[in-house]
Each structure stands twice: as structure tokens, then as C-alpha cells.
Design a protein. Structure first.
Lengths: 263, 433
């Protein structure tokens, strides 16, 4: 065989071996990307009813109920429509968010008492969502490019990843660990460590069901270990690929809530 | 007094009857009819912090029950929202659904439906709001209730209901809203019934003993109002154009013969732009008020035309703390003619009235407590109006709040300075159902 063909075959062989080796386990970036897709981008669109029970350390509970519509738009952009049903003083208020990947969100609030669509300034995504232990970022998703991810352990059923923020000043945690299910790629648990390295917050998926072929978290709990409070989210009436139109995520439908949220 | 208590009692009984479980079944009568009922019971009281020779010491003493009923069907949504009010402050008044006096204030009674795919219509009594200002209004010429606003009622009550047909069109190039009010809906203006004010004719403060009674144009379809907004979202911003044809909303004019306050004709047009700037939200708005009945500005009994500008910026400054800052300008046209037309001794307003506002909102205790502060300050008028407020959600149903309305000013005749004797503090308890 000529030298050229020989070296070509050797290179080809190495490429094959390398592909086989790397195909055994995905790289950390791929795991994180798949986990992000499974959590926040399942299907073309989706809806769910959410019941949020917030318990403080004394045990008294507050309940928030809302319906949420989600649409995957261009690229990693998304649109959300949140329609509140309880408690009574926020009933029929609605929240519209256009998530722009890599930029600030566009947000609007519908105030039924004033018949007013009010545009609101984008806020810190690590702020509590409606006073619960879930943060705005937990609901809309954290950009995967914001942290450095390292695969620390692989078990039979899970990948354990340690994520460290690229901009340490922008967040209140020093790092967090996530346990991702190997088959569904859903994050099952996340534990957050503060600037002193102490565990202060955890988010866990308690129940996972498969709905229309998509693995879905139907019960999740977020715990604030410092404050001693916890919030349980129960998701019901989950549907995917219902054919939501992009025009629903506009002012018109804040004034005239679509059937998908009011029923 | 008797009729007030009776109305309240009847309503409470009716609500509890309708909520009773239909015998033997899980559904209530309301569930069967597909009617959704919610509302609140609000008790609030307030007192002046200084003497006002023209008014009572009590600024606020009321029990209000709001009942909001709605029925949603595939074809239309019906809504009725009524306030049943036991109000101890004013002298007994008859129920007037137009002015909102008496024991019943009908806040909403309308039907929302979509006759064509690109048209939505809401017909009946409804609250109408648009524009980008925060407690400042340029192109929002829908009726306002200044008395409720200054006296410590919930901010929601700054807007008074309109009886109108609201049509929204959604062609591809822009959205168009048209609000047609067949009979003029005036502001619930400061009449002196609850708040003392500056009487320009008398040259002094005035109140209950000399109340303002405006001559409201009340011809159906003859004295009508039309408001238009054309808006579009582009490049992350919202651009809107506005138009209005109707009347000045508060009785700023005067009839020479009868000496009654009047509502002169007005038409206005303007524009606004709102969009992200840095990590916050920028709002810009402008409007031109054309006083039809006195275009030259020479008539002392009709307000002059004005130009109004607004620039605002809102930003989250720390976790759970938002700040919004606004600059607002009122520029009176034909100022020379206005000054020449004043009578001897009458106080003149400035050609340029500048106003700055600041709103700070802080959420604490898991967002169950809101600390809010809104201030208007006019460097040109040298007066101010402050609205501090604390609100705490004790449980999902119970809410307590307390706040103040502080008026201060160097002069007695400027917009906020005139209300100096009305500075009050208030507290409220609300149960939502």
C-alpha cells in the first residue's frame, strides 16, 4: 500500500475508535443541553395548571394557583402566558413574558381592575416567583452558557454535574450540583451552595411522569434551608403540542384570556 | 343611614344564599349557571392631620363590598362588577350610577365578544386605561376619580368607569383601539365635598360651603367623546399614536352668565414610545391639547391649549426593589393672552409647570409585604404630594394596609399646594373572596 493510503486508513481508524469511545457517554455540554431541552423546551408548546403551596417555617401555608402556556419561538426564545386563579386578590391577573435568549426578557402585566396592560422593567431573575421558594429563573430557565459545567460523577442512573457561575457577582450562590437522570435527561435534584460553601437551597423533582411521550416533572419541591420554608408545585392537566399560536402571546389576549388558560 | 345598612344586608344575604350548596349536590347555584363570583370586603378610615376649616376632620370612613361576577362562554364574556358602599363622610346622596354617588357604584357591566377574527368589542360600563405615565396622564383622557385618589382609597379607584363601546381591530400592520363614549363621562372632580381646594374666582381656599357644580354636557350622541389609539410593537419597543375628541374632563371653564363651572370642548393628539434601555424601561409620551372654544387663548373663562411631555425610566435597583422616575411638563400656549385676561389680584399659574415623580416599591417577607412610596414634586410650583403606603397580606384572604396623603406647598394656589389642608393618614382591612 502506498504511504498516503496507509496514513489515510490509520487516521480513519483512529476517527472510528474515537467516535465509538466518545459515543459511550455524552460530554458534559451535551448532557446539560439535553437537560435544558427536556426541562424547558419539551414539545413545540405546552400548558399546565400549577398549584403552588408555600409553607413557612411555622407551618402556615399560602396557596397560589395559575395556568401557564408556553411556546417555543425562534431559536432558544420562548413565550410564556401565566394566568392567576388564586388567591382571590390576584385572580385574573396575567403575566406575559417574551424570553429572549441571552438578553433581558420583555414582560407585561395585565391588571384587571384597571383594564391595563402594563409593561414592566426586566428584573433580577433570581428573585422569588410570586413569593414562593421557586425563583423566576426556575420557571423560565437559566441560560446554560452562564455557568461552567463539570461532570463529577456518573452512576448507573444519573449524571452528577457541578456548575459554577461565570459571573460570580451576578448570583448569590458559589456553585450548584445537579443530578440528571440518564434516560430522561430531566434534572432530578439541584443543590445550591452559598458564598461560604454552605448548602442553603435545594430543588427536587418528586414525581416524574411521561405525558404524550415527554418525560415531565409533575411534582417539585423547592426548599430554602436558611429560612426554613419550602414550596411544593403540583402540575396537572399537562398537555403538549396543542397548536398554540404566537399571536396569543400579545396584548389582545391579555384583555381576552384564551380558553386554554381560563377553563 | 337606614338605606345604606339595608343595601349592605341584602347583598350579604344574597351572596350567602347563592353560595349555599344546592341540596344534595356538590355544585353551588353559581357553579350550575357557570357564573364566577369573587370580590372583597374593605373597611377603611382616615383622618386629617391638621385642621381644615372647610371640611370634616374625618377624611375617610367606609365599608365597601365589591362583587365581581363573570360568565365566560365560547361566544362572549359577561362581567358585572359592583361596589356596595356604606360611606360616612359625605352628606347623604342619592344613588347616581353615572357619578358613583350613593350606596352603589357600578364599576363594570359589559360584554366582551369577537364579531370577526380581527375585531374584539367590549360594550358597556368598563374602566379604560392606556398611556405610559405612572399616575400622570397625557393621552389617557378617560375619567379619573381625583377625590378617591387623594383621600386614601385603593389606587384602583383613581380610574372612574366609562360607559362606552371599545372596539379593538387587529390588522397586520398595527393594532387599533377606538373608545366611543356616547355621553360625556367627566372626571369625578374635586368639588369641595371631601377636599378643600383653591377657588380662583374667590381668591381663597374653599370647601363644603361653596361646592363646585359643573354643568356637564349630557346630550346622548351630541355630547359624545371618541378616543383612538394606534399601536405597534417593533424592535422591542411599543410605539403608539393617540387622538381624542371631547371635552376637558374637569370643569375648568366658566359660564359668565350663570357663573357655573363648565367643561369646554377639547381635542387632543399625541404619541408614546416605550422600550428597554440598559437594564430598565424607558417611556416617552407627548400630547397637544387643543382648547377648541378658545384657540387664541384670550378667553379667560376657557383654559388655554397646552403641550404636555413626559419622560420616565423604571429599573430594578436591588433585589425586590424597583424605582421609577418621571419628568413631566405642562406648557401653556398663548401665555401672554392668559396673563392679560386675568382679573386684578387673581393668581397666575406658570407658563411651564415642571413635575418630577419618584416611585419606590419594595417587597419583603416573601413578597407578602409591600412598602411603597410615590412622590410628586414640582420645582416650578414649589409644591409636593407624597403617597407613602404599607400593605401586608396577613393570609391569602386578609390584607391590612396603612398610608398617607401628604400635601405641601409654598403657595396656596398651586396644583398640590392648594390641598395642603387635606393631608391625611388612613388604614384599611380587606377580606378577599
Amino acid at each position: 500500500m502506498s504511504n498516503k493510503i496507509q496514513s489515510f486508513l490509520v487516521t480513519a481508524l483512529w476517527i472510528c475508535i474515537a467516535t465509538v469511545v466518545f459515543a459511550q457517554e455524552p460530554g458534559v455540554d451535551e448532557i446539560i443541553r439535553k437537560a435544558n431541552d427536556a426541562s424547558y423546551y419539551a414539545g413545540r408548546d405546552g400548558r399546565a395548571d400549577v398549584k403552588m403551596s408555600i409553607a413557612d417555617k411555622k407551618g402556615s401555608t399560602r396557596v397560589r394557583e395559575f395556568s401557564i402556556l408556553r411556546l417555543n419561538a425562534q431559536g432558544k426564545d420562548q413565550k410564556f402566558y401565566v394566568y392567576f386563579k388564586a388567591p382571590a386578590d390576584v385572580r385574573k391577573m396575567a403575566y406575559l413574558v417574551w424570553k429572549n435568549a441571552g438578553k433581558d426578557d420583555d414582560r407585561w402585566l395585565w391588571l384587571p381592575a384597571l383594564n391595563l396592560v402594563k409593561r414592566i422593567a426586566p428584573g433580577d431573575k433570581r428573585t422569588s416567583f410570586v413569593g414562593s421558594d421557586f425563583l423566576y429563573e426556575d420557571v423560565s430557565g437559566r441560560g446554560i452558557e452562564e455557568d461552567d459545567h463539570v461532570l463529577v460523577k456518573t452512576t448507573d442512573s444519573e449524571y452528577v454535574i457541578k456548575s459554577t457561575p461565570k459571573d460570580a457577582q451576578s448570583v448569590e450562590f458559589s456553585h450548584y450540583n445537579i443530578w440528571i437522570d440518564k434516560t430522561t435527561f430531566l434534572p432530578l435534584k439541584a443543590e445550591y451552595y452559598d458564598k461560604n460553601g454552605k448548602l442553603y437551597r435545594s430543588v427536587e423533582a418528586k414525581t416524574v411522569e411521561t405525558i404524550q411521550g415527554y418525560p415531565t416533572v409533575t411534582e417539585a419541591v423547592a426548599s430554602d434551608l436558611k429560612a426554613g420554608s419550602s414550596t411544593k408545585n403540583v402540575f396537572s392537566n399537562i398537555e403538549y403540542d396543542i397548536g398554540l399560536k404566537e399571536r396569543i402571546f400579545t396584548e389582545r389576549f391579555l384583555r381576552r384570556p384564551p380558553r386554554e388558560v381560563t377553563r | 343611614m337606614g338605606s345604606k345598612v339595608l343595601v349592605l344586608t341584602i347583598v350579604c344575604m344574597w351572596i350567602s344564599i347563592l353560595s349555599q350548596t344546592v341540596h344534595g349536590q356538590d355544585e353551588t347555584v353559581l357553579d350550575r349557571l357557570g357564573i364566577d363570583v369573587h370580590g372583597f370586603l374593605d373597611m377603611r378610615g382616615g383622618i386629617r392631620t391638621q385642621d381644615d376649616p372647610y371640611e370634616r376632620d374625618t377624611s375617610l370612613a367606609e365599608v365597601r363590598m365589591q362583587v365581581d361576577m363573570s360568565k365566560i362562554s365560547d361566544v362572549a364574556t359577561l362581567q358585572v362588577r359592583a361596589d356596595f358602599l356604606y360611606d360616612d363622610v359625605p352628606e347623604d346622596r342619592d344613588i347616581d350610577l353615572e357619578d358613583g354617588t350613593g350606596e352603589i357604584d357600578l364599576r363594570g357591566a359589559n360584554v366582551l365578544f369577537s364579531p370577526f377574527s380581527i375585531v374584539d368589542m367590549k360594550v358597556g360600563r368598563q374602566i379604560l386605561t392606556w398611556g405610559t405615565g405612572d399616575l400622570l396622564f397625557i393621552n389617557d383622557l378617560f375619567p379619573k376619580d381625583w377625590q378617591s385618589f387623594f383621600v386614601g382609597r385603593d389606587e384602583e379607584y383613581l380610574k372612574a368607569p366609562s360607559d362606552a363601546v371599545f372596539v379593538s381591530l387587529f390588522p397586520a400592520f398595527a393594532n387599533i383601539d377606538v373608545a366611543y363614549t356616547p355621553r360625556f363621562d367627566a372626571d369625578r372632580y374635586i368639588s369641595g365635598e371631601r377636599l378643600s381646594f383653591w377657588d380662583p374666582m374667590g381668591g381663597s381656599r374653599s370647601g363644603r360651603e361653596n361646592m363646585v357644580h359643573g354643568d356637564k354636557p349630557d346630550g346622548w350622541f351630541e355630547d359624545d367623546e371618541i378616543s383612538i389609539r394606534v399601536y405597534r410593537h417593533m424592535a422591542g419597543c411599543e410605539l403608539a399614536l393617540y387622538g381624542y375628541n371631547g371635552f376637558w374632563k374637569s370643569p375648568k371653564g366658566m359660564d359668565r352668565q350663570t357663573e357655573n363651572a363648565t367643561f369646554p370642548r377639547l381635542w387632543a393628539y399625541g404619541a408614546s414610545l416605550q422600550g428597554p434601555l440598559g437594564s430598565g424601561l424607558l417611556s416617552l409620551e407627548a400630547g397637544h391639547y387643543v382648547s377648541d372654544e378658545d384657540e387664541s387663548g384670550k378667553d379667560p373663562f376657557v383654559p388655554n391649549s397646552e403641550l404636555r411631555l413626559l419622560a420616565g425610566y423604571e429599573r430594578e435597583v436591588a433585589k425586590n426593589l424597583t424605582a421609577k422616575f418621571q419628568y413631566y411638563l405642562e406648557y401653556m400656549q398663548d401665555y401672554g393672552h392668559y396673563k392679560a385676561s386675568l382679573e386684578a389680584g387673581q393668581k397666575a399659574r406658570d407658563e411651564d409647570r415642571h413635575v418630577l415623580t419618584l416611585r419606590l416599591t419594595k417587597l419583603v417577607l416573601n413578597q407578602n409585604m409591600t412598602l411603597s412610596f410615590f412622590a410628586y414634586f414640582s420645582p416650578s410650583d414649589e409644591d409636593a404630594y407624597l403617597r407613602p403606603m404599607i400593605k401586608y397580606k396577613v393570609t391569602d384572604s386578609w390584607l391590612v394596609m396603612a398610608g398617607g396623603n401628604v400635601f405641601t406647598g409654598k403657595e396656596d394656589h398651586t396644583f398640590f399646594g392648594q390641598f395642603e389642608k387635606n393631608t391625611n393618614v388612613y388604614a384599611a382591612v380587606r377580606y378577599s373572596f
